[in-house]
Structure formats: structure tokens, C-alpha cells
Design a protein around this ligand. Structure first.
Ligand code: GLU
Length: 306
């Protein structure tokens, strides 16, 4: 595994076509596209790393997996009255479907759906309390108390909030959000601004590898059924309108973020985090996807077979 990661990292380090870094906020636009990191964590506690695996980056939409897990814990299946669970086939920040579907977002991983999930987690609490809970949950999953929200990123998201604010107000107009729009958005922007490195992210995904149990720490995080269902959501919706392509090329439940990270789960085998800031046209990490494709090609870890 270590040799494989080294090989993949060599290939990715030399790649000249690296995609384009997200530029909707300066904090992401200034990240060097040359970075590449990867970490593989296995249920028996092994960890393999390569490249910039310990350099923190903005996990952005990967945080939606953790928020969904928390929301299911609070609301159970009741969550599905606020958000659907079908792939959208539209870009991550699209408003089009919302109009046709009475303000109910297609799934928890497009922006509108993630905003609805934050609203469902709040349950009358202030954003500060919700964020403290989310942070301690992700710290617990990663087994690392040093995780933090990058407040500069959150401030910047707020400054350039117009697209997400439109989605939130549109849902509010349909009576889909229970809480004040600004409070929900404030919490959503901080959630996206969670900074993590590949090692922390791979460890945080371990509960999805082993039927809801983080075997490295011995703790049950969710039931086996819930872990299976979260993996299904990641497979179908984790890469926005590129989810079909990701399933075709990689064949693992995965969640991408515009910071260039991807968390991928090989059930029973490993939790994998990869980071390369340059994105493809849909907004998924260009080299991150290539790296995962190489990994499954060699390991046969795709859930669809070798
Ligand atoms: N903060 C980003 C946004 O709301 C999240 C999108 C992503 O990571 O794909 O635009």
C-alpha cells in the first residue's frame, strides 16, 4: 500500500494538467494547485500517507457527510421530510430544481440540501451551539481535538454569500426552513470552513468502512443500516452532477469538496482521503479523482468488482 501511494503521488506531482482551483472566495483562489496529499486508514488501525497528507485544507462540502450523520442522529427518518435522497443531475449550487419541487432539495449533498440539513440540526438552538456540537462530533470521529473552523474562510463565504443566500431564502419562501435564514447560513458557512488534513479526514471516515463502528477506537458511531445508507447517498450524490462519472471511474462511495478534497469509503477495506486543489469543470478534484481511480485499479476495492 505504501508503494502504491508513493507511485500515485509521483504521477500526480508530475501532472501538468491540474484543473482550476475554486475562485469564488479569495481564501480558496490563493491555494497552490501543486499540492497533493493522500491518506489511507484501515479498520485495524494502519495508516498510510503520501505527499501533503498532513497539511490542512478547507474540507468544504465533505463536511456535509458529518452534518448528515448528525442530523440523522437527531431526526432519524424524519429528516427525509426536509430533504430528498435522489441524485440531482444539476450543479451543486443550482436553484432550478427547487422551483419545480416546491423548495424541497433533492439530496443532502447539494448546497440547498445541506442548508436544509443544518436547519434540521438546529432544533431551536443558536448557531454557536450547533457548531460546537458539530466540531466535537468531527473531532471525536477523527480522534483529534486539534480540528478547527477556519474563521477567515467562513467570513469570506459570508461576504460572497449571495448564491447560497438565494437558495436559503427560496426554501424559506416555500416554508421549508424552520429557523432564521441568516442563522442557518452562518452555521452552514462555518461547517464548510472546517479545516482538516488527509490523515484526519481518512480517520473520520472509518465508521463508514465497518458498518458504523470505528474499529480503531472501538466506538459505535451509527447503526450498520445507517452507515450503509450514508454510503449509498455518497455513491449516488457525493459528486453532484459528476456522481455517475465518479461511480464509473472509481466505484466507491465518495464525497468531494470545492477545496479539492475527496473522502472515499471502501466498505470493509479502508477510508481514503485525497487532496489536490485543482477542480474539473463540475467542481470535483481533478487529480484526486485520478488518484482514486489508480488506487481502485490496483487494489480492486471498487464495490462493483475488479
Ligand atoms: N462552500 C461551498 C459553497 O457553498 C461548498 C460547495 C462545495 O464544496 O462543493 O459554495
Amino acid at each position: 500500500m505504501q508503494n502504491l501511494l508513493n507511485n500515485i503521488t509521483d504521477v500526480m506531482t508530475q501532472a501538468t494538467e491540474r484543473g482550476r482551483v475554486a475562485d469564488y472566495i479569495p481564501q480558496l483562489a490563493h491555494v497552490d494547485p501543486k499540492h497533493f496529499g493522500m491518506a489511507v486508514a484501515t479498520p485495524d488501525g494502519q495508516l498510510f500517507t503520501a505527499g501533503d497528507a498532513t497539511m490542512p485544507f478547507s474540507i468544504q462540502s465533505i463536511s456535509k457527510v458529518f452534518a448528515l450523520t448528525l442530523a440523522l442522529g437527531k431526526q432519524g427518518d424524519g429528516l427525509w421530510q426536509y430533504v430528498g435522497r435522489e441524485p440531482s443531475g444539476d450543479p451543486f449550487n443550482s436553484i432550478v430544481q427547487l422551483e419545480h419541487e416546491s423548495g424541497k432539495p433533492r439530496n443532502p449533498f447539494i448546497n440547498a440540501g445541506a442548508i436544509a440539513v443544518v436547519d434540521a440540526i438546529m432544533m431551536g438552538h443558536e448557531p454557536k451551539e450547533v457548531l460546537a456540537e458539530l466540531l466535537s462530533f468531527v473531532r471525536y470521529l477523527a480522534g483529534d481535538d486539534s480540528l478547527f473552523f477556519d474563521h477567515e474562510v467562513a467570513e469570506s463565504e459570508l461576504k460572497y454569500k449571495h448564491r447560497n443566500a438565494s437558495l436559503a431564502h427560496f426554501m424559506k419562501a416555500f416554508g421549508r426552513l424552520q429557523h432564521d435564514v441568516d442563522k442557518v447560513l452562518g452555521a452552514y458557512f462555518h461547517q464548510c470552513a472546517l479545516a482538516m488534513n488527509c490523515v484526519q479526514l481518512a480517520r473520520a471516515g472509518l465508521f463508514l468502512v465497518s458498518d458504523g463502528v470505528n474499529q480503531a477506537s472501538g466506538s459505535r458511531v451509527v447503526s450498520a443500516q445507517r452507515a450503509r445508507r450514508i454510503n449509498a447517498m455518497m455513491m449516488m450524490c457525493g459528486h453532484y452532477d459528476g456522481s455517475g462519472e465518479f461511480a464509473y471511474r472509481v466505484g466507491l462511495p465518495g464525497k468531494s469538496g470545492v477545496g479539492g478534497g475527496i473522502l472515499a469509503i471502501a466498505p470493509g477495506k479502508a477510508s481514503i482521503a485525497v487532496w489536490s486543489p485543482g477542480l474539473d469543470q463540475i467542481g470535483n478534484s481533478l487529480l484526486g479523482t485520478r488518484a482514486l481511480e489508480m488506487l481502485v485499479q490496483e487494489t480492486g476495492w471498487s464495490v462493483f468488482g475488479h
